[in-house]
Design a protein. Structure first.
Length: 319
């Protein structure tokens, strides 16, 4: 690292600390059990030569998180860890980034996106396979102080060859569906479900690939008032929304899409602060460009406006 890069990095850390004290991030150094971070779509490229765009942006993201006066207890990564095909070299390249996070005591939880492959990921990170209550799928239950987070695998994995290009859309894998159908009715705590794909894409399909009536993820929200929200990635943009359910007294729940942390579109991540009856996600917007190969310097006027409008936006989950 040369002197210019060192000064630039120090400025980023200083700016992040100042920003943290003015936002949902607190000013007390150490691990905070009521604070988490959501990341998605990091798209690390194991075949890239030198420092790639993803390396640069992901390192900046981690620098900011670790440079704040208050560290999150958990980081949730919502899939598309790899850039294209989910190769073993992609996951080997991401290991040092993950190590930076876990070395300071932050717990890292993740699931698969359409650019990932389970087999290659498990070769590099076998410990995540052991955590899952659903054999062969990446599912994890995280019990937090005030609520639970369930990450589940919505990947339709093409195992025909190591570099197969997966179906872009998500799916409700049969074994994941069965596990949820068994577990969620008796769940007593507030729950946020998290996956890579938008909620509208997650449903079971028949042999012809057609949706099976009553088998969508949304149907679980109709039956389970403890499901207070859904968080995903995939679309590379910050999109808070809400949905209505007809089958419960608790009629509304929140839906949130997290932007890409290091590829294209809206670039950023979200802090997630929890209290006794509310959890609030706050966007840390860092950049905007429509294609990684055509990243403009300086930023266009529209990009500057989008960053300004979105920075600090919030989405709250009530329970």
């Amino acid at each position: 690292m040369n002197r210019r890069d060192f000064i630039k990095g120090a400025a980023l850390l200083g700016g992040a600390a100042q920003m943290g004290c003015k936002s949902l991030i607190g000013c007390k150094r150490g691990i905070n059990e009521d604070l988490a971070v959501f990341l998605s779509d990091i798209h690390v490229d194991g075949r890239a030569q030198g420092v790639s765009l993803q390396d640069e942006l992901l390192n900046r993201c981690i620098d900011e998180i670790l440079g704040n006066d208050e560290l999150p207890a958990h980081i949730f990564l919502l899939g598309d860890i790899a850039v294209d095909f989910g190769l073993k070299v992609d996951y080997e390249r991401v290991r040092p980034f993950f190590k930076r996070i876990t070395d300071v005591g932050i717990q890292l939880h993740l699931t698969m996106g359409n650019h990932d492959h389970r087999a290659a990921f498990y070769e590099v990170f076998p410990e995540y396979k052991e955590r899952s209550p659903v054999p062969g799928k990446l599912v994890e239950v995280v019990h937090l102080k005030h609520l639970d987070i369930i990450l589940f695998d919505s990947l339709k994995d093409d195992v025909s060859k190591p570099d197969a290009y997966n179906q872009v859309a998500g799916t409700f894998n049969d074994d994941v569906y069965d596990w949820m159908a068994s577990e969620l009715p008796s769940w007593s705590r507030p729950v946020i479900l998290c996956s890579h794909h938008p909620i509208s894409e997650i449903f079971k399909v028949d042999a012809e690939g057609k949706p099976i009536k009553g088998s969508s993820l949304k149907s679980f929200y109709e039956k389970n008032p403890n499901l207070i929200g859904y968080i995903c990635g995939h679309r590379h943009c910050w999109t808070p929304a809400w949905a209505r359910r007809m089958g419960c007294d608790n009629k509304e729940y929140r839906i949130l899409v997290i932007p890409s942390a290091s590829w294209y579109g809206e670039i950023g991540y979200a802090y997630f602060r929890m209290s006794e009856n509310i959890a609030t996600a706050q966007l840390q917007m860092r950049d905007f460009f429509v294609h990684p190969i055509e990243r403009p310097k300086p930023r266009s006027k529209l990009a500057q406006m989008i960053i300004k409008e979105d920075q600090g936006s919030t989405c709250s989950f009530c329970y």
